[in-house]
Write a protein that binds this ligand. Structure first.
Ligand code: SF4
Length: 874
């Protein structure tokens, strides 16, 4: 099932590579969002490009989710970085490369190799990652190469290596369809890996798969759960220790597998028995199902990883699968799903500061091997700084030059104010990005325009080890360059040209494949040497290691045995206190990706959750009202959001999304509240936990601005989103802020202003007109203005000729017959909540099938089905 999307025209005439359009034919590539790694087909047509799910890709077999289906709306050049700049001056590439190389060389000459760092991204392609890693670790002599994947799955890497001796995901997606019991731990699969969720849901319909969801929140994933364990955050180790003890008592362990293929069982079982878990009726049922079902897959994700005990949580899960022998066989195994499209590819080339390359660590043998393979003159010999420590070192003046590629650490890291201060203090900040304005690019001394999705050429690896090509189908903007090219040119400028003589990503992939097989002979899990001489352009998706590993019980430790790790429950680092009595959890929304630089451009995607919501149990609300603005504060910082009261949230806990930032809202960077506590083994920060309090954010007035372009707003609170044809901005302020706001809009728009005020009601309405067209409209009132937003957005840029039309704008009311569809529920078919509610009421719809037949809603990717069910339930 593929979703078709109209894309903008192919930007003809702006230069580009040989592969563009493939001579007018379709191009197979991969989605740039989550770690599911869905294959897509881009096809040129008379009105631009369309994107379908690739029916032959083994990750999705043609499916796409709402984000993948809306990819076309996120393409374009309006927000792109268009040319290199040095200290704000536009320069050519020759000068930019020379300056980058010169500044890096100066810093290293003065302060040593470890004064330089790369901060990379799971958005980069494997070839980009390989180039940066080789330059730093082999030629500059520093292992300060870390990545935003540290925030995503570093605990899984550490757990895998502790248990298996290698960072190996043992199973594949098919296992979710072959399992009789799927346990989802800390994973809102329905929103974060929607196509995998659809595959699981289809398997459940076919074979009756039992699904257990372990999550403090009742998420949309619970729509298919037979059992939801809403345990307190951080309980996972105790829960799985209790399960290990239960399986031992119930005779459900595989003692032959334990004896033949593992070590550490006795100590691990003793630690498990010593841990405490409350055996409620639900927990007992889960234990019974697990112990009595052979085909069990345990899927885990950021709810496990993003914790100060993340590695122990991973090992508690791996212990269970090793002790029951449920690994490496069809329909069973532990299964980590990664957040990012190429987190796995980054792991494969050493994109983490504690890995070298090709899944090798920093042992003497590996350092020597990689050094000889690269013929490296200045090999790093010890691990580098992990993300949180890297930015702390920058704040302390130890890192004096940083090259950030394809990520936005000024938003995504915890203790964000420290990160921003560190960037402000760092003498050399180089940022390669395809987006011009982010919270991070504003700190850059040198900006380098990179290629965007649709222009990039390389490979990515998804969560089940499938390596796929990402192929370009759009011409590159004239001055944008591939990340690998930028690194290669800087390496040449530094005098390392002989070692960086690549002319294409295919050259880099070949070297990467040869390194993976170099002196390997089966001693390391990652070996793609057979692909070294492949036809790179035609490369079809392939899974390294085959469908499953460890079927033979042989692991990549020195003695070939897996290690069970004794682990014990440790609570999150910050305990609630009288001053900060609530636990803050964070996570993703269905239709937004990371810091919104792409998904924030799509009206469809922005319509699902138009602004960040603080979710709270009604019992905790006290005097706070649903829909009111509230301020959330931790000991580090604060955040303003609209309150959503819901019993899906546990008492004593609140939830905020991770996506918003200074480009989209005032006071909505969640990282500002999060402390930088990290897991001692993985260095992964505890992004899902802070102690906070919630208070009213009482403002004198609320406002709604509908406009074509958004000026810089100096307003106590605002949040913006993209609608069809206009920006929608919600605002709030104090008694004296209105005058300044009107003055800002007057000077920004330079247009004639119409206004109507009603002091008795406390309302004021303004419209700015230029050449007879509506430029912007602003509505202010004590309470949130009730305006027909979709109708107004459609009027921006249109002629308003008659007084009646202008009066209607100031009234903010759509003419009879116009239906505002409301907040988007079904992004695939753009069906809003008002449309659904009205159809359910007027047509007396009672089932999903009836809603699908009437409106198509819910018949695309299916991510909205839980929300439609909730509307049907009233
Ligand atoms: Fe893209 Fe992930 Fe959606 Fe697939 S499930 S279309 S990879 S966002």
């Amino acid at each position: 099932m593929g979703k078709t999307t109209n894309l903008p025209s192919p930007l003809a005439g702006e230069g580009g590579g040989e592969d563009v359009g493939k001579g007018g034919g379709s191009v197979k590539s991969t989605c740039p969002y989550c770690g599911t790694g869905c294959g897509i087909i881009a096809e040129p047509g008379p009105e631009g490009w369309t994107v379908h799910g690739d029916p032959d890709h083994p990750a999705n077999f043609g499916r796409l989710c709402s984000k993948g289906a809306a990819l076309g709306e996120t393409l374009g050049t309006q927000t792109c970085l268009t040319h290199p700049t040095i200290d704000g001056r536009r320069v050519g590439w020759d000068q930019a490369i020379a300056e980058v190389a010169g500044r890096i060389r100066s810093v290293i000459d003065l302060h040593g190799p470890d004064s330089f760092a790369f901060y990379l991204s799971g958005q980069l392609l494997t070839e980009d990652y390989y180039a940066a890693n080789k330059l730093a670790k082999g030629f500059l002599g520093t292992a300060n190469v870390d990545t935003n994947s540290r925030l995503c799955m570093a605990s899984t890497v550490a757990g895998h290596r502790r248990a298996f001796g290698s960072d190996t995901v043992p199973g594949c997606y098919e296992d979710l369809e072959l399992a009789d019991l799927v346990v989802l731990v800390g994973s809102n699969l329905a929103w974060c890996h929607p196509v995998l969720f659809q595959r699981l849901k289809a398997a459940k319909a076919e074979r009756g798969t039992r699904v257990v969801v372990i999550d403090p929140r009742r998420t949309e994933t619970c729509d298919i759960a037979d059992l939801h364990l809403a345990l307190a955050p951080g309980s996972d180790v105790a829960l799985f220790n209790g399960l290990l003890a239960h399986c031992a008592a119930a005779g459900a362990l595989d003692h032959k597998f334990l004896a033949d293929h593992t070590a550490g069982f006795t100590e691990t079982l003793a630690a498990a028995r010593a841990d405490h878990v409350d055996i409620t009726t639900e927990v007992a049922r889960f234990y019974d199902w697990f112990a009595t079902t052979d085909n069990v897959v345990t899927v885990f994700s950021q709810g496990v990883n993003q914790s100060s005990a993340g590695t122990d949580k991973v090992n508690a899960i791996l212990n269970l699968h090793l002790a029951t022998g449920r690994i490496g066989k069809p329909g069973m195994g532990p299964f980590s799903v990664t957040g990012q499209p190429n987190a796995m590819g980054g792991r494969e080339v050493g994109g983490l500061a504690n890995q070298l390359a090709a899944h090798m660590g920093f042992d003497a043998q590996a350092i020597d091997r990689v050094s000889r393979f690269w013929d490296a003159p200045r090999m790093a010999t010890r691990e580098g700084l992990k993300a949180v420590d890297l930015f702390r070192a920058m704040d302390e003046g130890k890192i004096r030059a940083v090259w950030i590629m394809g990520t936005n650490p000024a938003v995504s890291l915890p203790e964000t104010d420290l990160v921003r201060r560190a960037l402000a203090r760092c003498p050399v900040v180089i940022v390669s990005d395809c987006v011009a304005e982010t919270d991070t690019t504003s700190h850059a001394h040198i900006r380098l325009p990179a290629l965007a999705w649709g222009e990039k050429d390389g490979t990515v690896t998804n969560s089940d080890r499938t390596i796929s090509r990402q192929r370009p189908f759009l011409p590159a903007p004239a001055n944008a360059r591939a990340d690998w090219w930028q690194v290669t040119e800087v390496a040449r400028a530094l005098g390392f040209g002989g070692w960086f003589n690549w002319t294409s990503p295919a050259d880099i992939f070949r070297e990467h494949a040869l390194l993976s097989t170099f002196e390997n002979d089966g001693s390391r899990d990652f070996d793609i040497g057979a692909q070294a001489d492949t036809d790179y352009q035609a490369l079809a998706p392939f899974q390294w290691g085959g469908k499953r590993l460890f079927a033979d019980g042989r692991f990549f430790t020195a003695d070939g045995r897996a290690r069970l790790a004794p682990v014990s429950h440790r609570p999150p680092m910050e305990a609630p206190s009288p001053e900060f009595p609530l636990r803050l959890n964070t996570g993703r929304y269905r239709d937004q990706w990371h810091t919104m630089t792409r998904t924030g451009l799509s009206p469809r995607l922005s319509g699902h959750r138009p602004e960040p919501l603080l979710e709270m149990h009604p019992t905790d609300a006290g005097r706070l009202e649903d829909g009111a603005l509230v301020r959330v504060s931790s000991r580090l910082g604060s955040y303003v959001a609209r309150l959503r009261l819901t019993a899906d949230q546990r008492m004593g806990e609140v939830f905020l999304p991770m996506h918003w930032n200074d480009q989209f809202a005032a006071h909505s960077v969640v990282g500002r509240m999060l402390p930088g506590h990290t897991d001692p083994l993985s260095g992964q920060p505890e992004l899902k936990h802070a102690a906070v309090r919630v208070e009213p954010f009482a403002m004198a007035w609320s406002g709604l601005l509908v406009c074509d372009s958004l000026p810089a707003l100096d307003c106590p609170w605002w949040v913006r989103r993209q609608a069809e044809g206009a920006q929608i901005v919600e605002l709030a302020g104090g008694p004296t802020d209105q005058t300044a706001l009107i003055a800002t809009l007057d000077s920004s728009y330079g247009a004639a202003r119409l206004e109507v005020q009603d002091p008795r009601l406390g309302t004021a309405r303004y419209a700015w007109m230029a050449d007879g067209k509506l430029v912007a409209a602003l509505f202010l009132s004590v309470d949130r203005p009730e305006i027909s937003i979709a109708w107004l957005a459609g009027l921006v840029g249109t002629d308003l000729v008659t007084p009646v039309e202008r009066a209607a704008v100031l009234a903010g009311r759509a003419p009879n017959g116009f239906t505002d569809t409301g907040r988007t529920v079904c992004a695939c078919f753009s069906v809003g909540v008002n449309t659904l509610t009205e159809a359910i009421r007027s047509q007396r719809l009672t089932s999903l099938e009836q809603v699908g037949a009437a409106l198509k809603a819910g018949t695309g990717c299916g991510s909205c089905v839980p929300e439609i069910k909730a509307l049907l339930a009233g």
